[in-house]
Ligand binder design. Structure first.
Ligand SMILES: [Zn+2]
Length: 69
């Protein structure tokens, strides 16, 4: 398991999100953002439509750097 904060992943709060894999973290973050930050969700959707790889390219290194817990 690794734990990251919402704001590490492009969000705006410091809620801790935990996941066992990067794919799981993407799902957890997507769900969190849609529930808590609809404005951020819209920005992420626009980013995704523009370049589907961009968010992952920016965020995955942070996931990889996060300590295993
Ligand atoms: Zn958040």
């Amino acid at each position: 398991m690794k734990t990251m904060q919402c704001k590490d992943l492009g969000g705006t709060c410091d809620e801790k999100l935990s996941a066992g894999s990067w794919d799981e973290m993407v799902q957890t973050m997507t769900k969190h953002v849609m529930q808590e930050h609809p404005d951020v969700a819209k920005q992420m959707e626009a980013m995704h439509n523009d370049d589907p790889q961009k968010w992952g390219k920016e965020m995955k290194p942070k996931w990889e750097a996060a300590p295993e817990s």
